[in-house]
Design a protein around this ligand. Structure first.
Ligand code: ATP
Ligand code: MG
Ligand code: MG
Ligand code: MG
Length: 452
């Protein structure tokens, strides 16, 4: 019976005959035996295989079995006398499926730097840290769907190729057939690009179905070589009809707490690894986040608090300028030491679709900032009044004729509605304590680099 190592270690079915398939992490020989640690990616822990010299291919193959080789082991599970493991597999047969050359295999038995692992991106999921990140990332994706499906949200698949540059920030990758130069028109009849956000299309569905969410890849051609920006990343975007900024903020806080609690419960072994080797005290920090209310302040208050902090920032703080990551981190890491929701930003630094407040100067925007990263969520209540939206478009240089479909949503049955975007990699960073966003996505695309 084929079985995953995670299940073996959970159930400990001593006496059972099983077949386990995986990759060799280490081999140690003593008189007449080899101890082989194998890992199959299902969990952090390895399974110890005991290979006796009586095995048919022992002398020729097993004794030289190299780290990195793939094997299928048939055998019997027995109680292990060794400390730290409950069961071990006594092999009756070991098939070497794919050998490896121990001289050239890049993953030697030592701790490799994350920079080095990025150079062998195709092999790094075989390491403890990247394996753990991959499992946590997978669980978070599952928990995202659980959270929204349990609350009756409808998932919408918004387009990857689109003609609307939602943020209006000129960060859209263009989609080309490569044939335009030879005189052919654009494939779609007009220029199109890769989505920078599914929000505008999610609004279409929110104004028909109530509560919806979209969760998919997002692309931004921004030349930001930072530890929190990627050119291709995943974004989760809920959009709720009959919802204002306060409701939006509450759902965002509830979501973050739910996701942290889910991972602490379901990925305990991987989380313990991060707590020990990546960020000391991580688990306690996340438990604190779950236990306490997030801080809520306005942008104006945030600027005042930052001004009071003195001039220790690289970028000056000024009402009307966007907060830089150093300011965001100061607020969440130093001043409040917990997640902070900052609302009501100046209209001049936010996109056209955010609802203008009564003061005429600020919009109903919301950013959630977390320690170690800064902005993890950006959202707003949307402008639901046709005339105000039209004049905001003109002010920000957007042609209302191109967004007639979007304006229709305000012409026919407009309602207050709100939503936000959670950067999925920033979430994985926050949960795992990884300092660089390149470590939490399988294939990081950054300016100058796309591994495969
Ligand atoms: P930043 O200020 O960090 O550049 P943003 O304000 O441009 O982010 P939004 O347009 O508000 O980002 O997007 C919503 C969320 O998507 C952000 O809060 C963040 O979590 C995530 N995000 C945005 N840009 C990136 C990126 N280049 N790489 C990874 N995640 C991103
Ligand atoms: Mg940005
Ligand atoms: Mg921002
Ligand atoms: Mg933002």
């Amino acid at each position: 019976m084929d079985i995953r190592i995670k299940k073996v270690l959970q159930d400990q079915p001593v006496g059972q005959r099983v077949a386990v398939a995986g990759w060799v992490r280490t081999r140690r020989d003593t008189g007449g035996f080899s101890f082989i640690e194998i890992n199959d990616g299902s969990c952090l822990a390895n399974l110890q295989v005991i290979a006796d010299k009586g095995l048919e291919n022992y002398q020729q193959d097993i004794k030289n079995l190299a780290t990195g080789s793939s094997v299928v082991v048939d055998g019997e599970l027995r109680k292990s006398p060794a400390k730290g493991q409950a069961v071990e597999l006594h092999a009756t047969k070991i098939d070497i499926v794919g050998g490896a050359d121990s001289e050239t295999y890049p993953l030697q038995k030592k701790r490799h730097s994350f920079e080095f692992l990025r150079e062998i991106n195709h092999l790094r999921p075989r390491t403890n840290a990247l394996g753990a990140v991959s499992r946590v990332r997978s669980r978070l994706g599952y928990a995202v769907h659980n959270f929204f499906q349990q609350r009756g949200f409808i998932q919408v698949h918004t387009p990857i190729i689109t003609t609307s540059d939602c943020e209006g920030a000129g960060e859209m990758f263009q989609v080309s057939t490569g044939r335009e130069r030879s005189g052919e028109d654009h494939f779609f009849g007009r220029s199109a690009g890769l989505t920078v956000s599914g929000q505008l299309q999610a609004e279409v569905y929110a104004l028909a179905m109530g509560d919806v969410y979209t969760f998919g890849p997002t692309f931004r051609a921004e030349n930001s070589n930072t530890s929190r920006h990627l050119a291709e990343f995943w974004m989760l975007e809920p959009e709720m009809a009959f919802c204002d900024l306060d409701g939006n903020r509450k759902i965002a806080e509830e979501l973050l707490k739910y996701l942290l609690a889910d991972v602490l419960e379901n990925c305990a072994e991987d989380m313990a690894l991060f707590d020990k080797f990546i960020e000391k005290g991580l688990i306690g920090k996340l438990q604190d986040v779950i236990a306490k209310d997030f801080i809520h302040i306005s942008y104006t208050e945030a600027v005042e608090r930052l001004e009071k902090a003195g001039d220790k920032f690289e970028y000056a703080v000024r009402w009307g300028a966007d907060l830089q990551s150093e300011h965001e981190r100061y607020l969440s890491e130093k001043l409040f030491r917990c997640p902070v929701a900052v609302t009501d930003y100046p209209a001049s630094i936010k996109p056209f679709y955010m609802r203008l407040n009564d003061d005429g100067k600020t919009v109903a925007a919301m950013d959630i900032l977390v320690p170690g990263i800064g902005e993890i969520i950006g959202g707003s209540q949307r402008e639901d009044r046709l005339e105000v939206l039209q004049s905001r478009m003109i002010e920000t240089g957007i042609d209302p004729a191109e967004y007639d479909w979007y304006l229709d949503l305000r012409r026919y049955g407009s309602v207050p509605h709100a939503g936000f975007g959670l950067g999925f990699e920033r979430l994985v960073q926050f949960v795992t304590g990884m300092a660089n966003i390149r470590e939490v996505i399988p294939f990081p695309r950054t300016p100058g680099s796309a591994p495969c």
